[in-house]
Design a protein around this ligand. Structure first.
Ligand SMILES: [Zn+2]
Length: 168
């Protein structure tokens, strides 16, 4: 359904909602939990997914949609996970292989909030085990969730070099 039709439909529903027969319908329709369950089921279906993607794509193209999306992105990037993703994205652009937000989220989830190097609970960043500057890639096996302190102290060193320097 084209977006302007959806808007028109909504306006129509709003007007209709004021009518007595609409109120009777509201009383008789399935309860909220049932309706939500139905919507969830529909969204999980292939057709539902395709419909939703298409709807979002069109919505994002509208000025209001752009605004809403940018606001949501700003909010998400301000969270610890979002912050780590943004930093990783910037860094990863210079390394071979694609680093997706899903990869970053998975690493952070696996780390459970603790730095893989020092074990401290801290905001985590995505670390390249073999540094990008040394040819390290964005392969999952080359990535670790580390605290800022470990990440910046390790810098462009390999784990071995870093440990040796720390021990010295
Ligand atoms: Zn650490």
């Amino acid at each position: 359904m084209p977006l302007k039709d959806i808007e028109a439909r909504r306006a129509y529903d709003r007007e209709r909602g004021k009518l007595p027969h609409r109120r009777a319908y509201d009383r008789n329709r399935p309860n909220k939990a049932e309706r939500l369950a139905y919507v969830r089921e529909w969204r999980a279906s292939e057709r539902g997914k395709a419909w939703e993607l298409e709807f979002r794509r069109k919505y994002r193209a509208t000025p209001k949609g752009k605004e809403v999306e940018q606001a949501a992105a700003r909010k998400w990037y301000a969270t610890p996970h979002g912050h780590a993703v943004r930093r990783a994205e910037g860094h990863a652009r210079r390394a071979a292989g694609e680093l997706t937000a899903e990869d970053v989220m998975r690493l952070l989830d696996e780390a459970g909030g603790r730095c893989v190097y020092c074990g401290r609970e801290a905001p985590l960043e995505i670390e390249h085990i073999l540094p990008v500057a040394r040819g390290g890639t964005n392969a999952m096996s080359n990535l670790a969730a580390a605290c800022r302190s470990c990440n910046s102290s390790k810098g462009a060193k390999t784990v071995d070099e870093w440990r040796k320097r720390e021990a010295a």
